[in-house]
Design a protein around this ligand. Structure first.
Ligand SMILES: [Cu+2]
Length: 132
């Protein structure tokens, strides 16, 4: 027979499974967007956005103003081989991201458009979306 402690363990286990499924199948696909620098769009300040790298990029879409420098700070949390390399083809960037460190990548989107970045095998995807 199960006693109360067993039920708590079972419930916790089911909750963990539900969370894992939600994390990988729902959260990963949600179009999470952020606007770099918050109020910086009003002035000449740097457009900076921290992107957490943990089995994916969060936020996966960063909105910026075209023609102005952008600082993307990749904060890598995971240690999977998939995310160790960042490729940003439009800017000729190919950079190793050390786990537990922040790697700053500075680019200037020349014009409005969507500039995709990926891991070394193009499995993880994110994009810089520049607007006029
Ligand atoms: Cu990969």
């Amino acid at each position: 027979m199960f006693d109360a402690t067993d039920w708590i363990v079972i419930a916790a286990g089911l909750a963990a499974i539900a969370w894992v499924n939600w994390y990988f199948f729902v959260a990963g696909r949600a179009p999470v967007a952020a606007t770099a620098g918050g109020g910086a769009a009003n002035g000449a300040g740097a457009q900076e956005q921290v992107i957490t790298v943990d089995g994916g990029y969060s936020p996966a879409v960063v909105r910026v103003k075209a023609g102005r420098p952008v600082r993307l700070v990749f904060d890598r949390k995971d240690s999977g081989s998939c995310s160790e390399e960042l490729v940003f083809p439009d800017f000729n960037v190919r950079r190793f991201l050390p786990t537990g460190q922040k790697t700053v990548i500075e680019v200037t989107p020349p014009r409005a458009g969507r500039y995709e970045f990926t891991c070394g095998m193009s499995m993880l995807r994110g994009a810089l979306v520049a607007e006029e």
